[in-house]
Design a protein around this ligand. Structure first.
Ligand code: 5GP
Ligand code: ZN
Length: 110
């Protein structure tokens, strides 16, 4: 069990309106949106970052991208600008693996 901020959201210790939840992922809006649409897709498993992924996380990553596809469709982004990305190293500020879905007009870089 980790006391990182995203684990607290996942355990519902910090109230957060979830856009989507499955057995393996939660989805919620970024608190400081960097684009018109800025959604975080967060695996429930506490994996610190990309560098900590193992072969056994393959299906989890497929679910992350399938979830992103659903969110792209839900937000009518198919023919708009969108990006699904994860930060690592010093670009990553929350030490729990997560994927940003950014869509529409960018306000700043993530
Ligand atoms: P990173 O830099 O780690 O890739 O991105 C972390 C993201 O999490 C940032 O875009 C930041 O705005 C967002 N964030 C940090 N804390 C919270 C929070 O408590 N709630 C929400 N919804 N987003 C957060
Ligand atoms: Zn965590």
């Amino acid at each position: 069990m980790s006391d990182c901020i995203f684990c607290k959201i996942i355990r519902k210790e910090i109230p957060k309106e979830l856009i989507y939840e499955s057995e393996n992922v939660v989805v919620f809006e970024d608190i400081h949106p960097a684009a018109d649409i800025h959604i975080l897709i967060v695996p429930k498993k506490h994996i610190e970052g990309i560098k900590d992924l193992t072969d056994s996380d393959g299906l989890l990553l497929v679910e992350v991208y399938k979830t992103a596809n659903k969110l792209v469709a839900d937000n009518n982004l198919e023919n708009d600008l969108y990006r699904v990305m994860a930060n690592g190293g010093k670009a990553q500020h929350v030490p729990h693996l997560h994927f940003h879905l950014l869509g529409g007009q960018w306000k700043r870089t993530v």
